[in-house]
Every structure is written in structure tokens, then in C-alpha cells.
Ligand binder design. Sequence first.
Ligand code: TYD
Length: 196
Amino acid sequence: MTARSGGGLFITFEGVEGSGKSTQADALARSLSELGLEVVRSREPGGTPLGERIRDILLDRSVSGMEPRAELMLFLASRAEHVERVILPALGRGAVVISDRYADASVAYQGGGRELGIDLVERLNETATGGVQPDVTFLIDVSPEAGQRRKTRDPHALDRIEEEALAFHERVRNAYLELAAREPTMFQYWLHAPHK
Ligand code: TYD
């Protein structure tokens, strides 16, 4: 069973597509590295060899009509690998782990977006992560319309999840906002004015 030991700091960035969270995560990683800290920059889905292969399947536009529970299980499989092979070893050495997305993304996308329900996803996340939770999460909030405008300069470049309808991304955003309202370690930021 997974247990968290050592010092270390686990930071995650979350948000809808096009929120700019990766840019923020990179900037924080650079600043902390410059202070002389060991920073492990990672992402989900992915972050390990198996996770990156699972990522390819999850984002592949030619895989159509994936059953939402199958989709959830693939994200969870990638997460279980990520926790055991990257996150826990890094925290054990006292490093700072900065991940682009983590368990909250499944709550928002599969629980909210795919309407599997927040409770179910939280329970399964607990199994996948062994209870390893971020110390702090930055939710970069942007309206899905604004996010999509930033991402859809080339509509053919959209992946399987990005190309979902706006209503899906609205549900994702609402689930994130619900999480931020009740999670004391999740902080919400707007990089752009919170216009519609
Ligand atoms: P990615 O290209 O990393 O998107 P972004 O740059 O917006 O983070 O693709 C990851 C996609 O997977 C993104 O659409 C969000 C989605 N996702 C889920 O649906 N559930 C999850 O648990 C995770 C981690 C990601």
C-alpha cells in the first residue's frame, strides 16, 4: 500500500483546456529550481512510460465512443503508475513535484464532464492514489469559450477530449469550482478577466 514519507512538496495545477496552467506550472518550476530545490515536473495522463502509452490511447481522436467508465479506469491506471514510480519516490527524497493535472481532473472531467458522479470518482481515486494528495492545488479558472478560443486556432489539432462540446467543458469547469469551494488546499486564480 502506498504511504507518503519524507519531506517534499506536491503541487498540482488544474483547469479547463486553454487555461494556461502549463505555462504557470513551468514558471513555478523554474523559480523553485533557481532557489536550488529539486523540482520534478510531471503531467497526467502520462509521467511514466506506461502512462504515456495510456495517454496516447486517451487522446487519440480515432478512438471514438469510449465508454466513460473505461476512460476513467485508463486515467486511474496512469495515475497509479505515476504515484508509485514518480511522485512518491520524489517526495521521499524531499523534492518538489509539480504536476499538470492529477486526481481532481478525473473528478472534474469524468465525474462532472462525463457525468459519472463526483462520489464514484473520488472513491476510485482513493484506490488509484493510495491516499496521496497534493499539498496545494492551483485551479486556473477561465471560461471554456475563452479556453477553447486559445486552443482552437487549428481545429484539426484538437485531441479526443478537447473536441467535446462546450456543454461538456462547462460541466468540467463547474465541477472544478465545486471542488475549489470545499477543498481548503485548492486555490482558484483567474489569468484573464472572468468574463463569459
Ligand atoms: P492535455 O493535452 O495534457 O491537456 P491540457 O494541456 O489541457 O492539460 O490532455 C489531457 C486531457 O485529458 C485533457 O483534456 C484533460 C483530460 N483529463 C481527463 O479527462 N481526466 C483526467 O483524470 C486527466 C488527468 C486528464
